[in-house]
Write a protein that binds this ligand. Structure first.
Ligand code: SF4
Length: 342
């Protein structure tokens, strides 16, 4: 991926309404924040800018999307932990207004968000908005707007702009930067990581529930829109809490009809909930468990996978028909096995 494209993101920032970052949308903080980002870019200087580009060629910037509650933060943090455990230098940036993406990497302590820090002081230092977590992972939370005001995409762009300004990617020498992005709605704001070249690859966490698949299909639409102009491409679907049998078959079929691939499956396990109760990832809390091995295998795939694609999302009618055909198949199976609800 190219840091030059990251730079362009701050200059060209626009939301779904084509006015993101300009202040034209009526969100007063929107335009002023974008000016901060622009200022930081011009302050980089040509030499630092070139170094950033060279460094960025060796750094994989990976977005992991998923609808709320699907387990994307758990999945992202365990991938980060597995990569760090394997000796890689990792940055995880939470891009969810809940700002709890990195909790299990750093014991769950409060971490000021980038957007809050910029809002309060206008200028901030890396140590103000970051924490070193498990195995040296640099943890950052982009943060979100004041509830009811502003655009969540601002936090993501502000975080990236600030990290550029502070030369974090260069000085930390990250091998992997993981962006944990809320994916219920892939609007202009939440599409920032895949839209403006911040990342060059995206994964989506999905269960076999329809709304999770629906969210994945929306992400595919966004990738299809932005990939031709330099946006991210799809690394694959990560099936979370997907049981063998029809749930896996459903995910496999969705991948097949959209031209996507499945990066791996993470089974439901009480080890995950138990680890989170201790404020840790599975990799840290239960390193000998089968579940830890699942995450290590997934992390290895994400780290090495270069088969990136531009998927072909289903239109509304085809998605509805596809879902109904699966409903019919599941019902038929239940009737024949005597387990139908009615
Ligand atoms: S994050 Fe919210 S305000 Fe920003 S583009 Fe999306 S829907 Fe609009």
């Amino acid at each position: 991926m190219g840091a030059h494209r990251q730079g362009r993101s701050a200059q060209g920032g626009r939301c779904g309404a084509e006015s993101w970052g300009s202040g034209d949308c009526g969100r007063s903080q929107c335009g002023s924040l974008n000016r901060i980002i622009r200022k930081s870019e011009t302050g980089l200087g040509q030499a630092a800018y070139r170094r950033l580009i060279e460094m960025a060629k060796n750094t994989k910037h990976i977005a992991i999307y998923g609808k709320g509650g699907i387990g994307k933060s758990t999945t992202t943090s365990n991938i980060s932990a597995a990569l760090a455990e394997a000796g890689h230098r990792v940055i995880q940036i939470g891009c969810d207004p809940k700002s709890d993406s990195t909790n299990t990497l750093r014991g769950g302590d409060y971490l000021p968000t980038v957007i809050d820090s910029l809002r309060d002081s206008g200028k901030t230092r890396l140590e103000d908005i970051s924490a070193i977590g498990f195995k040296g992972i640099l943890c950052i939370e982009a943060g979100g707007p004041v509830p009811g005001v502003g655009c969540a995409g601002r936090g993501i762009n502000a975080a990236v702009g600030l990290l550029q300004e502070l030369n974090v990617f260069e000085e930390f020498e990250a091998d992997y930067v993981l962006y944990d992005v809320l994916g219920d709605v892939v609007c202009g704001g939440f599409a920032v990581p895949i839209r403006d070249g911040i990342t060059d690859r995206a994964y989506v966490v999905s269960s076999s529930d329809f709304m999770a698949v629906y969210a994945a299909n929306n992400l595919f639409k966004a990738i299809g829109k932005y990939a031709p102009s330099g946006g991210a491409r799809l690394g694959g679907i990560i099936g979370n809490s997907v049981l063998p049998g029809y749930p896996q078959a459903l995910i496999e079929d969705f991948a097949k009809v959209t031209g996507a691939s499945v990066a791996g499956y993470v089974p439901r396990s009480p080890v995950v909930a138990q680890s989170e109760l201790y404020g840790k990832t599975v990799i840290e809390a239960s390193p000998q468990s089968d579940q830890a091995e699942v995450y290590r295998k997934l992390a290895a795939h994400v780290a090495s996978n270069e088969q990136l694609t531009v998927p072909a999302p289903l239109n509304v009618t085809d998605l509805r028909d596809w879902a109904r055909s699966w409903g019919d198949a599941i019902n038929k199976e239940a009737v024949s096995s005597g387990t139908a609800a009615n």
